[in-house]
Design a binder for this molecule. Structure first.
Ligand SMILES: [Zn+2]
Length: 358
């Protein structure tokens, strides 16, 4: 049912949801209700960010400013920022000559990605909890070319070494070939203060399937294609929505850039490990062991290094952007020349501007 139920000037509502939108003062947001989901006009979104039409992804409608281009496809859930792919919770709708995007996608995806500095400061990221998926009798995806549990652990240990060199504390949910329940993995993160949680997996599927995808928890009130049921409690989100998408953006974009793998997008899910976690969290899928070409690559030391390196760089960027001031990195020189006890801080923690760097 596509009737417009409401159409009014919004001075509070959405604008307040958009966490201090300085450009939104006095803006008019038309709210449309389509099948119980609230939408806003994409033209209002472009205005809000002061975007103008741009050359973007083929087949898409693209707007942007400076070095940032956002592309959408009518009636699709694809959403691109500088060609990196996100999956919206709801498709972009056509309505009366206008394109509409859901208000929840605007609040929980578009705005945190385009303006991470407006996200709630979650405090300094001191510890990274690395969770290599599966283990022991649970091998995960298995193919003639690679065994998931081994690749997950290998990437995880390489990531640990890189992060520790930069001054982060690292907690591994497993460092050897042991079995842990999903609940045990989550409990480790939940009892580790000032931490983020990065679960490392590899995929399997059709022989031709390949590429990297990164999952974060579906925001509250949205359905997820990966939900196991549609019970009310499955619609719950958590209060780290903005951090989750910022962390996913930082890690995923670097992994795609570094590996040149197919970009399967930043996706929303209600996997067990993402549902009960009380820390910013992602589940990273580093490729398909079931694909002959990618499977062989994933088993190599050099590719695992590449994955670990891009996850590491993503975490560093996230820690500086959303984690706020005081992210101390021991081994890197700052771009702005400022130094802190124990080392230098990239970007000085405050000079970061615009989008999460892609
Ligand atoms: Zn897995």
């Amino acid at each position: 049912m596509r009737n417009i139920v409401r159409h009014f000037i919004l001075l509070l509502g959405l604008i307040m949801l958009l966490a201090g939108g300085v450009h939104a003062q006095g803006s008019r947001w038309n709210i449309y209700d389509i099948g119980g989901v609230k939408y806003v006009k994409l033209n209002d979104v472009w205005k809000f960010y002061r975007f103008s039409p741009k050359q973007g992804k083929p087949g898409c409608i693209s707007y942007g400013a400076a070095n940032r281009v956002v592309s959408v496809k009518p009636e699709r859930q694809d959403f691109y920022v500088n060609n990196y792919r996100y999956i919206l919770s709801y498709p972009v709708q056509r309505h009366g000559g206008e394109l509409l995007i859901s208000a929840i996608d605007m609040k929980k995806l578009v705005d945190p990605v385009l303006r991470p500095r407006f996200s709630k400061r979650s405090g300094v990221v001191k510890t990274v909890v690395i969770d290599p998926g599966h283990g022991a009798h649970d091998a995960g995806a298995v193919s003639p070319w690679a065994r998931e549990k081994d690749c997950n652990l290998s990437v995880g240990l390489k990531l640990k070494a890189k992060l520790e060199k930069l001054g982060f504390r690292v907690v591994m949910t497993r460092s050897t070939d042991i079995f842990l329940t999903l609940g045990q993995r989550v409990a480790i993160a939940n009892r580790t203060p000032d931490s983020i949680f990065v679960s490392i997996h590899h995929n399997s599927g059709r022989r031709a399937a390949s590429g990297i995808e990164t999952f974060t928890l579906a925001p509250q009130g949205t359905t997820s294609p990966f939900a196991r049921s549609r019970r009310d409690e499955d619609l719950a989100g958590n209060d780290q929505d903005s951090e989750n998408i910022a962390l996913a953006t930082a890690v995923h974009s670097r992994a795609i850039k570094s590996t040149k793998a197919i970009d399967r997008g930043i996706q929303r899910a209600r996997f067990s490990v993402l549902c009960t976690i009380e820390r910013p969290a992602i589940l990273f899928e580093g490729g398909f062991v079931s694909n002959p070409e990618e499977g062989r690559l994933i088993a190599t030391n050099s590719y695992q290094e590449k994955l670990a390196d891009s996850i590491c760089q993503g975490i560093v960027s996230y820690a500086q952007t959303v984690g706020g001031r005081g992210t101390i990195l021991k081994s890197r020189k700052t771009h702005s020349g400022g130094s802190q006890k124990g080392g230098a801080r990239l970007n000085g923690g405050t000079s970061y501007s615009g989008t999460t760097r892609l």
